[in-house]
Design a protein around this ligand. Structure first.
Ligand SMILES: Nc1ncnc2c1ncn2[C@@H]1O[C@H](COP(=O)(O)OP(=O)(O)OP(=O)(O)O)[C@@H](O)[C@H]1O
Length: 465
């Protein structure tokens, strides 16, 4: 791109004027292009041709009786009614346009027309959400924000909300959070190399700086989770340890229920407004720390090599199901990752899966697996997860059982970055008595001696006697 084109782009010249230079900028520097050319151009397109676009996209309705009367009195043709622009706001990735729907229209009409609007305004995507009855918001995205994920600065600053971690970016440019209190148990599915561990890394990165306990179960000998050891209150790296740890967590859960019950006291000893059924209602000074249990590969916990292992597998699965069903109120949350999660894993698999409300499905190898994760959310979500390209690892479809779903992609974080973060916040790692036996040994970092200031060949050498 020549200097003149760059200068013109910076001044906001329309793309058509700039020809191939602008096309180059659009492909290679989508953010810069959008900020300089895309925004004014799209605002112009929306404002200039609004009525025609609404009509062409099927977003007009018959005018009201009074409007038709007024038009005929003035001897003018009655215009059809259409959504009215309430406000328009610019963001770094697109525009947010609020519309008041015309009478008789619903949010679904707008959502159905989103693809047509995208083409009419020549933008990357148009996402529709309802603000309140009669008012919708169009999130117009100028370029593919998932190609090169950059989390908004505000998300990084706001990442301190307890148990609510910004883990990814949504296709509409907003931040996607893993909120353990809203969806206590999460399922993270995906084929090999689809980005499951990256999702966990982002979660650990966010939780590391919060006053929470993290517990790891990684039966791949701990290769994924051992680097997080300084920030883990417990780690199990094989099935035997996993069973011990899960049983210890159940005891911890029972202790917490006892604490809640003691606080409730006999009727009348605790003020009515202080009665609580979970740890969040307890006074802060006695409230136990929340625990997030990260299971790296669920299939490893179901695996049985011999008949003797079967008993252990059944105990592990029963413990996981109990935690998934009961532990939320005790402040214990599960985040389970796996390549598949169907009945073929063994007894109890589907029951356990049904307890995992927060679903994140990365690229999968077959429709069956997509259905395991998203089948009870929406058919469109299932279809979207089967279309994830292998050259976009970290891309996933995230939804919950309310039926809402989003396409997301995690930002890239190296293992070293997350390990360093865990070491930095190691002082926040809570000591949990019940889990003490599983506290990972943290190897002291290898101290590399500083390089000698004198070059080796000039260093004094003992020549002996
Ligand atoms: N959001 C992302 N952006 C860029 N690269 C990514 C992203 N997520 C994952 N990757 C890359 O994709 C590869 C696979 O990622 P990851 O290890 O998270 O997948 P996985 O599903 O856990 O794989 P496996 O099941 O084999 O352990 C890694 O090389 C990783 O660096």
């Amino acid at each position: 791109m020549n200097t003149l084109t760059t200068a013109l782009l910076e001044l906001g010249a329309p793309a058509a004027v700039l020809g191939s230079g602008a096309l180059y900028a659009r492909a290679k520097m989508p953010r810069t292009y959008w900020a300089t050319v895309g925004i004014p151009l799209t605002i112009h397109r929306i404002r200039h041709d609004y009525e025609n676009v609404m009509e062409a996209c099927g977003l007009t309705v018959e005018p009201s009786f009074w409007r038709a009367m007024a038009s005929s009195a003035a001897n003018r043709p009655a215009k059809p009614a259409m959504p009215k622009i309430r406000s328009m706001q610019v963001s770094s990735t697109g525009l947010r346009v609020r519309l008041r729907l015309a009478r008789g229209q619903q949010t679904k009409d707008m959502a159905d027309a989103a693809e047509r609007l995208r083409h009419a305004w020549e933008v990357h995507a148009v996402h529709v959400s309802e603000v309140k009855p009669g008012v919708v918001e169009l999130r117009i995205v100028g370029f593919d924000v998932l190609r090169n994920v950059r989390m908004p600065r505000r998300a990084r600053a706001k990442s301190r909300e307890l148990l609510r971690v910004p883990v990814a970016l949504r296709a509409d440019g907003t931040v996607h959070h893993r909120d353990c209190r809203q969806a206590p148990n999460g399922l993270n599915l995906g084929a090999n190399q689809s980005g499951k561990s990256m999702f966990t890394r982002n979660l650990v990165h966010g939780l590391a700086a919060q006053p929470v306990a993290m517990v790891g179960i990684d039966c791949k000998r701990g290769v994924e989770q051992r680097p997080f050891a300084p920030r883990l209150s417990a780690l199990a790296t094989d099935q035997g340890e996993a069973l011990g740890l899960l049983l210890a967590l159940l005891v911890e859960m029972d202790d917490r229920y006892d604490l809640i019950r003691d606080h409730q006291g006999v009727p009348g000893t605790v003020a009515a407004e202080e009665l609580t059924a979970d740890i969040w209602g307890l006074p802060e000074k006695i409230r136990p720390v929340p625990i997030v249990v990260l299971v790296d590969e669920i299939a490893e916990l179901f695996l049985v090599a011999s008949r003797a292992d079967e008993e252990r597998r059944n105990q592990i699965v029963t413990a996981l199901i109990r935690l998934a069903q009961l532990a939320r109120a005790a402040g214990i949350y599960l985040e389970i990752a796996g390549q598949r999660f169907g009945s073929e894993l063994g007894k109890g698999a589907t029951l356990l899966r049904s307890q995992l409300t927060g679903r994140t499905v990365h690229r999968v190898n077959d429709l069956e697996t997509a259905k395991m994760g998203l089948g009870d959310i929406s058919d469109a979500a299932v279809a979207a997860s089967t279309q994830i390209s292998p050259d976009m690892p970290g891309t996933a479809v995230a939804g919950d059982t309310s039926g809402m779903w989003f396409q997301i992609r995690t930002p890239y974080r190296s293992l070293t970055e997350v390990a360093e973060r865990c070491a930095e916040f190691a002082h926040l790692t809570p000591d949990l008595d019940r889990l003490a036996a599983f506290r990972p040994q943290v190897a002291h970092p290898v101290i590399i001696p500083p390089a000698p200031s004198t070059p080796p060949d000039l260093m004094p050498v003992s020549l002996g006697k």
